[in-house]
Design a protein around this ligand. Structure first.
Ligand code: CU
Length: 311
């Protein structure tokens, strides 16, 4: 009887997912731009084990901000601290994609008719997110209050990425010419590229060493031939873009349509997996926005595929 109850409660525990306890801070960079910085990220697993993963993040504030990675079924409590010196303006986090109650909207009372959901100097604010079934994908989070209680300051650099991995642990990809499911645990590197006006702003989530590396503007990305690499491309600002990566192909999510370019408007996003250098080998493979005016303004970088590691 007791063993039976134990088994049931363990099963129930496995269903609930992990609970993330996250503290972020909004700060001003020397450039005058604003940015989010990771202060603390702890994960409590369904079995009750607590792991502090803060060291996986850059210790510095960055644009884009820290990439928060969760799995469908997880919950998060995200506390934002106001660290923008010389300003008393409220700063917030409005998240896309996941579920939350109206008091975690990250907006001011003028919009949500409930309360001001922002951090003030010395007065943090906590948001509660649920990565419910059906929320898998890469999503933006951004400020919605700073400087303008109806707009916020995402244009100044207050934005970052939330990656919700599917509970199945697998994503579809075009590998060796066939659409197949690949295990997320086999993805070596994830490249997050935000397309902001005429510049790419990047962040690498390196799953080999479990570290995040801010890549800043128009970065050169690196991977070894045949490594599984996942790209997350997100638009922000006012521009409409066409993302293109040379010599690689992938499938449009949810379809078997093979593409090497896609459209990205503000806050739209696409994620895709490639096998680095598949069929083409090592090389300095160019990526860029294919809107000519944006290309001419320098909206480009490189995906450098190195020879595969010797065994
Ligand atoms: Cu563009």
């Amino acid at each position: 009887m007791f063993a039976g109850l134990m088994a049931i409660s363990m099963l129930a525990g496995a269903e609930t997912g992990s609970v993330h306890s996250i503290t972020l801070k909004a700060v001003a960079l020397d450039s005058g731009q604003l940015a989010y910085q990771m202060v603390k990220h702890k994960i409590k697993s369904p079995s009750g084990k607590v792991e502090d993963i803060t060291k996986r993040y850059s210790q510095e504030a960055s644009i884009p901000g820290p990439a928060i990675v969760m799995t469908e079924g997880d919950k998060a409590e995200v506390t934002l601290e106001h660290g923008i010196k010389g300003s008393n303006d409220p700063v917030s986090i409005h998240v896309h994609g996941v579920h939350y109650k109206i008091d975690s909207d990250g907006t001011m009372k003028i919009l949500n008719h409930v309360n001001d959901q922002a951090a003030f100097p010395g007065k943090p604010y906590t948001y509660k997110w649920t990565a419910a079934a059906g929320t898998a994908g890469a999503w933006p989070y951004h400020d919605h209050t700073f400087g303008n209680p109806m707009l916020g300051a995402e244009d100044k650099g207050l934005y970052g990425t939330l990656i919700i991995n599917p509970k199945s642990g697998k994503v579809p990809a075009l590998i060796d010419g066939k659409v197949q499911n690949v295990a997320i645990k086999d993805i070596k590197r994830e490249f997050i590229l935000w397309m902001n006006e005429t510049t790419f702003w990047g962040m690498e989530v390196n799953n080999i060493v479990n570290r995040q590396v801010p890549l800043w503007t128009n970065p050169t990305l690196g991977a070894r031939e045949n490594d599984l690499v996942r790209f997350h491309v997100i638009g922000i600002g006012t521009g409409f873009h066409t993302f293109h990566l040379h010599a690689h192909r992938w499938i449009q999510p949810g379809t078997t349509h093979i593409v090497d370019t896609f459209n990205i408007g503000p806050i739209q996003r696409e994620s895709f997996v490639v096998k680095a250098g598949e069929g083409v080998g090592p090389g300095m493979w160019h990526y860029h926005c294919h809107v000519l005016q944006h290309m001419q303004s320098g909206m480009m970088g490189a995906f450098k595929v190195f020879e595969s590691a010797p065994n």
